[in-house]
Design a protein around this ligand. Structure first.
Ligand code: C2E
Ligand code: CA
Ligand code: CA
Ligand code: CA
Length: 280
């Protein structure tokens, strides 16, 4: 009946209002989190293909929420992106990752490279983002090639190439560039060459059905061959099983990241397990 319909409508607006309030509360709390230092970087080791060394690791942000406990980035990064807060988070991540990377590289003999995620929305057109990277890396005496900036394909789709030229400036200063989630976006292969990309990270989704879908294998094989022909190395993301790992090894993939070897862990455990010893 009409009456019922109206009730349903009221229910929906009520729910939407609740959601909007919840979102505003979260935005307030992100401000507080930045002030009170509630964010933390976890590190997930990225293994060489033979599984015996850890030349890289990815920094992944976590939020130690005073009431809700540990919160993952999928719950707050998209909201921060919509509210301009992503620049503040990005600045925090940048400094923390640089300091951690310098620390890791003082503790171990062979260099370790740290991957840092970057939202397309934190790269401003005025060049502040790139200048901050360059200034901070100089200030903290970051060794060359110890940072890998991960950008997604849509970051590179910038029509007037302002973002591309900023990435080139970083590259010129020996900060490496990776394409994250490769294969899910437009995958314009031209970028690989034009930007002197160092690493390509094949998205989870292709790895997930590698065991059951022959097309996935063919695709991964083609991506790896093409990348190698351009002098680009390949990381397989989200590798969960031994079988997936062995298939990727057969396909001459260069690096493995995934639960099969390790989940993201705290900085302290990362140092103890992978930096100090550098033995498995
Ligand atoms: P991403 O860059 O694709 O990061 C990889 C995600 O896959 C991480 O989730 C990681 O914990 C997860 N993962 C790793 N191995 C496996 C596996 O074997 N199986 C499965 N199912 N998952 C695996 P996380 O840490 O929740 O991060 C989610 C996303 O949040 C990241 O996806 C990235 O886009 C974003 N993010 C994380 N840290 C930052 C940051 O500092 N800044 C920005 N802008 N974004 C970040
Ligand atoms: Ca990433
Ligand atoms: Ca380079
Ligand atoms: Ca990814």
């Amino acid at each position: 009946s009409k009456h019922k319909g109206r009730n349903r409508y009221e229910f929906f607006t009520y729910a939407m209002e609740e959601q909007a309030i919840e979102k505003r509360r979260l935005i307030e709390q992100i401000h507080t989190a930045l002030k009170k230092n509630q964010f933390e970087l976890y590190y997930q080791p990225i293994f060489s293909i033979n599984g015996t060394s850890v030349p890289k690791a990815e920094a992944l942000i976590r939020w130690n929420h005073p009431e809700r406990g540990l919160i993952g980035p999928n719950e707050f990064i998209p909201i921060a992106e919509k509210n301009g807060l992503i620049s503040d988070i990005g600045q925090w991540v940048k400094l923390q990752a640089i300091k951690d990377t310098v620390q890791f590289n003082l503790l171990c003999e062979t260099p370790i490279q740290i991957s840092v995620n970057t939202s397309p929305l934190e790269i401003d057109r005025a060049g502040n983002w790139v200048n901050e990277w360059l200034e901070a890396s100089e200030q903290y005496k970051l060794p060359a090639h110890t940072i890998l900036i991960e950008v997604t394909e849509n970051t590179l789709m910038d029509p007037d190439s302002l973002i591309q030229s900023q990435l080139k400036r970083l590259n010129a200063k020996n900060i490496d560039i990776a394409i994250d989630d490769f294969g899910v976006g437009y995958s314009s292969l031209a970028y690989l060459q034009r930007l002197d990309i160092d690493i390509l990270k094949i998205d989870h989704s292709f790895i997930r059905d590698i065991e059951t879908n022959e097309n996935s294998i063919a695709l991964i094989k083609a991506i790896i061959t093409m990348a190698h022909n351009l002098g680009v190395k390949v990381v397989a993301e989200g590798v969960e099983t031994q079988h997936q790992y062995l298939l990727l090894k057969q396909l001459a993939c260069d690096y493995i990241q995934g639960y099969v070897f390790s989940k993201p862990i705290t900085k302290q455990s990362f140092i103890e397990k992978y930096v100090k010893s550098k033995v498995l």
